[in-house]
Design a protein around this ligand. Structure first.
Ligand code: R5P
Length: 271
């Protein structure tokens, strides 16, 4: 692996722990102004200093991420569909490698839709992106499914999709936590991070998910709604960090959350 690619990867997956807390804020690319991400800058600004990586599209990067903020960017480069369509799998590449380099992205992300009508197209998109990523020192994160495909959240399906992503050359795979997740990890030779999915009922549910994923071998999370749709997003992110980087238990994470939620959010907005 070339220096540039290794260097970018180590900016994302922190060498001290081998793990990463990625903040997913790329939902608008097919969901539009998602609840509490209507104004991306307002949502992201207080959180950025607690995230190892922020995941956005180029539009949100240019309009809502200050170039002076010192945070690695995971740039979403697949899309072309909207929630108004029955079939969300018909994705293409929406941002070129040249543009990703110009924007100083740390990595690019792309969805694949295994088991759908557009399986082949999205797998070929991934393969092409990996070719370009290798050529330019840009890591590629493959995302196993979004939206309605979440119905297929079982270990057999996710193990298949994750393994295919790794076989096609993805450097990191983003997937979903599920029962039997360790089987997904065992079959995937590159680091796995998990998404959070729609907002859960309690904070402890979110911590259970993150803790389960980390205990079973995930290298981190790429989580969005369960952080910024919470009334205390900074506290959520701090608690998730404690699980991912410090090995905190669910109970300890609840304590971190409770301790952090009383702090004023404005205290933590970067200048
Ligand atoms: C879908 O829009 C993206 O891949 C999200 O980044 C992913 O679903 C993670 O966000 P959340 O934790 O909200 O599911």
């Amino acid at each position: 692996m070339d220096y540039g690619l290794k260097n970018r990867l180590s900016r994302m997956v922190k060498p001290a722990t081998g793990r990463s807390v990625m903040l997913a804020c790329d939902h608008g690319y097919f969901m539009g102004p998602t609840t509490r991400l209507e104004n991306p800058r307002k949502t992201i600004a207080p959180l950025v200093q607690y995230a190892d990586v922020v995941s956005v599209t180029r539009g949100v990067l240019r309009t809502s991420i200050d170039p002076a903020w010192d945070v690695p960017i995971l740039l979403r480069v697949s899309g072309g569909t909207s929630m108004l369509q029955e079939d969300l799998s018909d994705e293409g590449l929406i941002t070129s490698m040249k543009e990703a380099l110009r924007l100083n992205a740390t990595a690019v992300s792309i969805s694949i839709f295994v088991g759908t009508k557009h399986e082949k197209q999205t797998l070929l998109n991934l393969s092409r992106l990996v070719d370009e990523g290798e050529e330019n020192g840009m890591p590629v994160v493959a995302i196993t499914a979004v939206g309605k495909e979440l119905e297929k959240r079982d270990a057999r399906y996710l193990a298949l999709a994750c393994r295919i992503a790794a076989e096609l050359g993805a450097h990191i795979v983003k997937t979903y936590y599920c029962e039997g997740f360790s089987k997904v990890v065992a079959g995937c030779p590159v680091p796995l991070v998990v998404a959070g999915g729609p907002k859960m009922t309690t904070e402890a549910d979110v911590f259970e998910l993150a803790h389960g994923a980390i205990s079973e071998g995930a290298a981190g999370v790429d989580m969005g709604r369960n952080i910024w749709q919470n009334d205390h997003p900074v506290a959520m992110l701090k608690a998730i960090r404690a699980i991912v980087h410090d090995g905190a238990s669910v109970k300890e994470a609840v304590r971190v959350f409770d301790g952090a939620k009383s702090k004023r959010v404005s205290d933590s907005i970067p200048a």
